[in-house]
Design a protein around this ligand. Structure first.
Ligand SMILES: [Fe+2]
Length: 464
């Protein structure tokens, strides 16, 4: 009887290893993870091999025991028992730690002012105030300016709250107030032709043991400071180390709320945000499904402020998510933008870059992204393309397109490059920081800033 139970336990453990693998590969981003990250690639292969070995050994042991060959089965049995325990332990780890069954989403959350896709009727984008409450509630939001106010009431109790602020006028000081609580103030984006000032940040990696999130908080203070007049914030991915760990999201959202409550914000998705089931959390916290969509999807979309057009794209590990649907959407959007307007692409993964080889993958000039995307950028005269992923600052230029790697917003700095991209104009891997950009007429001022706000380097980028 015991023999039978142990045999079926071994079969169950092997099956659980395959269930874990199957689940992992059904998750968004896993193909990119194993393509780029040699460590995960080896881990998944080892897991698959262990599952097969366990199954094979258990069957072999069963046959030997049936023939009563005791001396051989003792060693075999020990191996099968060890692998059985390991298989079950891996599954339990996956179940509870990685979140095959997702843990609860964050109970409470500070409101964020997110930029909606498309544009409003006055040439500036609509905004959405989003937050989550610990329990379902029907909330009320009042918003307006000195001139007028609008009351928005929810009719159905929910934990996720989304209030869309539409028909905004350019460069007006507005306020919003939830359930008659404290008034929060924000400025709508400037009118066409007026200077537009934004911060581009990437790779804060909250939750990683080697990230310096005290510096992230210092930079957020710089961006939040009204004296610095930032019109909007981009967070370009890898906000957290493990997208499946809710506590990391809570830590990150708490920190960024210093900015996102009052400065219009747009998130792009990064490979760490969506890792092993993290996509659900990224979408919930960074671009909830209920926000009206004028184009694209939750993961990639365009918004327009006057004659400046932003295309926020989904480029995580490499170009694995740049599928035909996203490519067609990108080309369709770019084709409709007037040549004299500014076109700016924002996404996590890089194209041209200096760097080095890590875990067997070249963290520099990425042939997959340069082959698939840069011909599109060149064809439509894209002006600037921002990315992160590489934890460094770099400006590269090719065929009129300026590529900017915005610096790390707290994640550990990359090692000094061993490869220099032929397109590189300037490179630094010794500074944390972010990119500060002002579009003004036919030029863009690009400033790489350190955590204390000081200038590391600056460039004037002409319109392409
Ligand atoms: Fe990163």
């Amino acid at each position: 009887m015991m023999r039978k139970i142990l045999f079926w336990l071994a079969v169950l453990a092997a099956a659980l290893m395959f269930v874990f693998l199957g689940w992992a590969f059904s998750q968004h981003g896993t193909i990119g993870l194993v393509t780029v990250n040699g460590t995960f690639q080896k881990l998944f292969i080892i897991l698959g091999v262990l599952g097969l070995v366990l199954l094979g050994l258990a069957l072999f042991e069963w046959r030997l025991q049936a023939r009563k060959q005791k001396s051989t089965t003792n060693i075999l049995s020990t191996a099968v028992r060890i692998l059985t325990v390991l298989g079950i332990a891996i599954f339990v780890f996956g179940f509870f730690y990685v979140g095959i069954i997702p843990g609860p989403l964050e109970a409470g959350q500070t409101p964020q002012l997110l930029i909606e896709s498309g544009s409003g009727i006055n040439g500036v984008p609509n905004m959405a105030v989003t937050y989550r409450t610990p329990k379902p509630a029907s909330d009320t939001l009042i918003w307006g300016s000195d001139a007028s106010a609008v009351t928005l009431k929810e009719t159905t109790p929910a934990r996720e709250h989304i209030f869309s602020l539409t028909n905004l006028h350019p460069d007006i000081r507005y306020w919003y107030q939830i359930n008659l609580g404290q008034k929060e103030y924000f400025n709508s984006l400037p009118a066409a032709g007026e200077p537009l000032h934004f911060a581009i940040t990437s790779d804060a990696h909250f939750g990683s043991g080697d990230s310096q999130n005290n510096l992230t908080e210092e930079m957020l203070q710089q961006i939040a400071n009204p004296a610095n007049h930032f019109n909007l914030l981009f967070s370009m991915g890898d906000l957290v180390e493990h997208g499946f760990t809710d506590s990391q999201w809570q830590q990150a959202l708490q920190a960024v709320s210093a900015v996102t409550e009052n400065i219009p914000t747009k998130y792009a998705v990064g490979n760490h945000d969506t890792i092993l089931g993290g996509l659900n959390r990224w979408e919930t916290y960074c671009d909830p499904a209920g926000i009206p969509l004028q184009n694209g999807t939750q993961l990639y979309q365009r918004f327009d402020d006057g004659n400046v057009h932003f295309l926020v794209i989904d480029l995580e590990w490499s170009a694995e998510d740049f599928n035909s649907a996203q490519s067609a959407w990108l080309e369709q959007q770019l084709a409709g933008i007037p040549k004299d307007d500014w076109t700016i692409v924002i996404g996590h993964g890089f194209y041209y870059a200096s760097g080095s080889i890590v875990d067997g993958w070249k963290w520099y000039d990425n042939k997959e992204t340069t082959d698939k995307l840069t011909p599109i950028f060149e064809k439509y005269g894209v002006d600037m393309v921002f990315s992160g992923h590489d934890h460094q600052m770099e400006l590269l230029q090719k065929s009129g397109v300026s590529y900017v790697i915005a610096g790390t917003f707290g994640g550990a700095l990359d090692p000094q490059r061993t490869y220099t991209s032929p397109e590189s104009v300037w490179y630094s891997s010794t500074n944390f920081g972010f990119a500060d950009v002002t579009i003004n007429g036919n030029t863009a001022d690009l400033v790489f800033r350190a955590p204390d706000g000081s200038v590391i380097n600056s460039f004037t980028i002409p319109k392409n």
